[in-house]
Design a protein. Sequence first.
Length: 275
Amino acid sequence: MRRLLALSACVAAGFALASIGGAFAGDSTRERATASALRGLVDLTHPFNERTIYWPTAKEFTLTQVAHGHTEGGYFYAANNFEAAEHGGTHLDSPIHFAEGRQTTDEIPLRRLVGRAVVVDVSAEALDNRDYLVSRADLRAWERQNGRIPRRTIVLLRTGWDRYWPNAERYVGTAERGQDAVPNLHFPGLGADGARWLVRRRAVKAVGIDTASIDYGQSTDFLSHRILGAANVPVFENLNRLGRLPERGFAVVALPMKIDGGSGGPLRIIAVRRP
Ligand SMILES: [Zn+2]
């Protein structure tokens, strides 16, 4: 049964992706399948703008207009420059972020960033505890309800914190900027016991969370980052709308900007639900 569930999730993802390819076939059945698959897409990405939340010490997102209007050539032309830290808004943490010698953004294989996924929902537990740590016990409890997490799964942790975005005071615990604000950070994260278990016992592909960091706001040793990074497991942070997903039976496509030597980068991440 478990194998069947795992297989059906792969088939759902494969179907959706194949259907997108089918859009070019011109066959009406395939076109209907494509339309159906596209309705199953969920954008898990926050927009990048002047309200996008960054670590208190990190450079925020700025968009500078270069051109916007009609040119002397008779055509319209728009272009901007943008600047931002790698780590802010919906983004990827590459393994090297906290693990020397591990993969940089451009080195992460695509197969790590695309595939079957599950959502572990701890939003009820985290609601009253902004320092909540997702534990191995939470992950085991999820498995008792939903079956074993297959190897090579992308595990998304839902704390419900996206409901506070983009209010920094509520989302990370402080709207202040700079080093002095760091001790005031409060938001849920993944406990080290949970990170170790996901790596050692479930050989996960990647881990994502709907808060500003995979380590909770009060962390000073960033152990979950270090454990995941050491195993070349990339992390997705500041995810949005995980509440729109089933607990299992869907796939994730997470494509960061391919920064050579990057320790992370802005991320466009979507889920592909079963049609
Ligand atoms: Zn990060």
